[in-house]
Ligand binder design. Sequence first.
Ligand SMILES: Cc1cc2nc3c(=O)[nH]c(=O)nc-3n(C[C@H](O)[C@H](O)[C@H](O)COP(=O)(O)OP(=O)(O)OC[C@H]3O[C@@H](n4cnc5c(N)ncnc54)[C@H](O)[C@@H]3O)c2cc1C
Length: 406
Amino acid sequence: MKNEYDIIVVGAGPAGSITAKTAAEKGLDVLLIEKRQEIGDPIRCAEGVGKYNLEQHIEPDPRWICADVKGSRIFSPDGTMVEMAEEISGGEVGYVLERKIFDRALANESALAGAEVMVKTRATDLIIEGNTVCGIKLMHLGEEHEVRSKIVIGADGMESKVGRWAGINTSVKPADMETCAQYLVANANIDQEFCYFYLGNEVAPAGYIWLFPKGGNKANVGIGILGSESGEQRAIDLLNDFMEKNMPEARIIEMVVGGVPVSGTIDRTIANGLILVGDAARQSDPITGGGIINAMDAGKIAGEVAAKAIRNGDCSEKGLQEYEDLWRDTIGREIDNSLIVKETFVNFTDEDLNSLAKSLQNVNFTSMSLMDLLLALFKANKKLLWNLRGLFKDIVKNDIDFKYRT
Ligand SMILES: Cc1cc2nc3c(=O)[nH]c(=O)nc-3n(C[C@H](O)[C@H](O)[C@H](O)COP(=O)(O)OP(=O)(O)OC[C@H]3O[C@@H](n4cnc5c(N)ncnc54)[C@H](O)[C@@H]3O)c2cc1C
């Protein structure tokens, strides 16, 4: 470890590794630090990603792909199933990853691009001079160090402190947190080519239960429920109830709990000498809780903007503004649209969900146009269509495809 780098990236998740790789490829001197001794372990994730979006960043590798998913089966409270299969996305759909291997592969790519990677190295504070971030204080093998940089990237995940240290408000109200619990189970006995979702205020108030195939008859079985809607009910108890009723033969071999912010974007993700990316910047999707692709997309933008800012000799908030603009125009728009949908669905009764599922049950998603979808939604619930009007305006305006995306 040197005393000074062009950029220091705090956190070696997908956001941090892609930022470090992109910046190193642009010729920057990069330090990537990770507090844990093993990158990718433990992981709090259901590990589902859309193929197309993933493949923009990394060549698929069977070592970190557990399941090749062809579609989803969504169950309404009365058991009505809506199946969305691969044809609607031209044969793409998704993968279920082994993130323990995937996150390491991403860090490896950043190292191959020239970044220095240090594990068991925790950022403990920022070095701030005047109103500019100039580096970090870190702890490595029981020793404290100060390391300077032109830009610090906070990629330290959901529990991020880097943003807060720089005076950025990253707090999320408990009511805006989706509380999640998940088991990795053996003996799952599901079709390994499908992801399953179970909706309903009894199974998962203002949320859902998911079942993602992990290969070899294993699956990630998890639940996410909204703090504001779930009252006294605990995510883990609801998940246990579901397992007892629906998968009595499944055997738990791993467990994770965690939170996903579902409140939409925060006001600011940059400061003088500082950029936040991924979960640290609250860039996960408010409906799916998915954040891997957004973290990688934001990391790429951050790496490129950091390189440009250093080349231009302006790492102030003004010099980094392009990052803020670019991610809000892409990832931010999708988050805003998801927020509209989420806020509508949170108010759905079980009857609304059943009637929606019934209208979509026999829809051929392969040949579905926007008009077909609007008609199906109108048939199910006129109020729903009205509530979603902002979203459809955006879809029509931006010619956004009705592609199935994870
Ligand atoms: C239950 C659950 C299920 C999910 N399922 C999905 C899913 O199916 N698909 C999907 O796309 N997303 C899913 N997500 C979200 C996804 O896991 C995150 O959005 C994604 O990991 C964000 O990547 P990141 O790099 O921003 O953060 P992280 O992956 O959290 O990485 C942050 C890294 O920073 C390190 N770190 C933290 N503090 C410090 C410090 N002070 N110093 C050094 N290192 C530090 C951490 O150890 C960690 O390695 C799920 C989340 C949960 C909770």
